[in-house]
Design a protein. Structure first.
Length: 377
């Protein structure tokens, strides 16, 4: 068991030292020592009190709750965290658990002065009960609340890269109760030799966030290509499907380019997708439609405008080239029902004007670079 004078003297704690010396007649939950799984982690809220992901924090002010779960009772708890003062600043800490569990007395909170760009914050608690303070059925409890300012420039950071719990067993530990835990403690590192028995607990400053993924709006226009290389024209292509795919190649969103209103709005599209990296394809998801599929990837955490894509519509057999076979298909289209993929000037008809545009595309080259058609205005 740690010497109370040793690890609390630096915090000038007298109340806690007295608490450790109370009688130990009561008995805590039987056969729990070593079987529990204490877990320290953090939850993040922005300045608008919205829960956010600590794995990707932009610059700003945050409230960070230090949580503990997996224990039925506490006799003593202390954690020490080290943080990079060049990124994490204006850090203040207050105890929260004592509001819910008044038998847990705050021994003290101490923040050290920066040294080599690092500071430490230490928090210590002890139960004033005979053996321990029972927690609410082992559910997660908020131990402390920190107010911090994160300075990242234009970057987004993982908070754990700049703030983390110290694994030294004498600096971060929790004890289940005085009666059967007097020589035992849960620690983050059980390989360090100690004078007391240790059991493993875990900590994760930025656990995998289970919030619904943030979404961004991607908007742009599907444009008719003026040549086989995918050079964009000024004509928007109406009624074309746009698909968004996740990393497992599943369609997560789809829409159809606008066909209503003024010509200037034809071809416009808007999709809501999760922030991060998303692949988009224009055309049929199986690439077997009469329009050549154009795929592009967008990565970002903010809304994106003018994600415009030009589509070569005259590769009617979808073989990656524009040739005499497609010329035959176009001739059939002119004699049949209206086909938006052959209406190159988007005037609502397929006629000799479109035939002339197709002839130019046919002469410009037979291969199409499908990924070179995306441009941002």
């Amino acid at each position: 068991m740690k010497n109370p004078v040793k690890f609390f003297a630096a915090l000038f704690i007298t109340l806690l030292t007295a608490a450790l010396c109370v009688s130990m007649n009561a008995y805590a939950a039987e056969n729990t020592l070593g079987t529990e799984q204490p877990y320290l982690y953090c939850v993040y809220y922005n300045s608008e009190d919205e829960e956010v992901d600590g794995n990707k924090l932009p610059a700003g002010d945050y409230t960070v709750d230090v949580m503990l779960e997996g224990m039925q009772s506490i006799s003593v708890l202390q954690y020490t965290a080290e943080y990079d003062t060049s990124v994490v600043s204006a850090l203040s800490t207050e105890s929260v658990i004592t509001d819910t569990y008044p038998e847990l007395s705050l021994g003290g909170i101490k923040t050290t002065a920066p040294e080599n760009g690092k500071s430490r914050v230490v928090l210590a608690l002890a139960s004033t009960a005979d053996s321990s303070t029972a927690l609410d059925q082992g559910n997660a409890v908020t131990v402390a609340r920190m107010e911090v300012t994160v300075s990242t420039g234009d970057d987004v950071i993982d908070f754990e890269d700049y703030f983390d719990f110290v694994t030294d067993p004498d600096l971060t530990f929790t004890e289940a109760d005085y009666t059967d835990g007097i020589e035992d403690a849960y620690v983050l590192d059980t390989t360090t030799e100690t004078t007391y028995n240790t059991y493993l607990m875990t900590a994760d400053v930025t656990p995998e966030n289970e919030l619904e993924p943030e979404t961004i709006t991607v908007s742009g226009k599907v444009l008719i290509a003026s040549d086989a290389q995918g050079t964009a024209s000024n004509f928007g292509l109406r009624g074309v499907k746009i698909y968004a795919y996740d990393n497992d190649n599943n369609v997560i969103a789809e829409t159809v380019s606008n066909a209503e209103g003024e010509k200037t709005t034809w071809g416009n599209f808007t999709l809501e997708v999760p922030s991060g990296t998303t692949r988009f394809c224009v055309g049929h998801p199986t690439a077997k439609d009469t329009i050549v599929n154009r795929c592009f990837t967008i990565a970002g955490d903010a809304n994106i405008e003018n994600a415009n894509v030009a589509v070569v519509m005259c590769d009617y057999n979808d073989d990656g080239g524009v040739n005499v076979i497609d010329n035959g298909s176009f001739s059939k289209i002119m004699k049949g029902d209206y086909n938006i993929y052959a209406d190159f000037n988007n005037d609502g008809g397929v006629n000799v004007i479109d035939k002339g545009i197709f002839s130019k595309i046919l002469k410009n080259g037979s291969r199409i670079d499908y990924l070179d058609s995306l441009y941002f205005e």
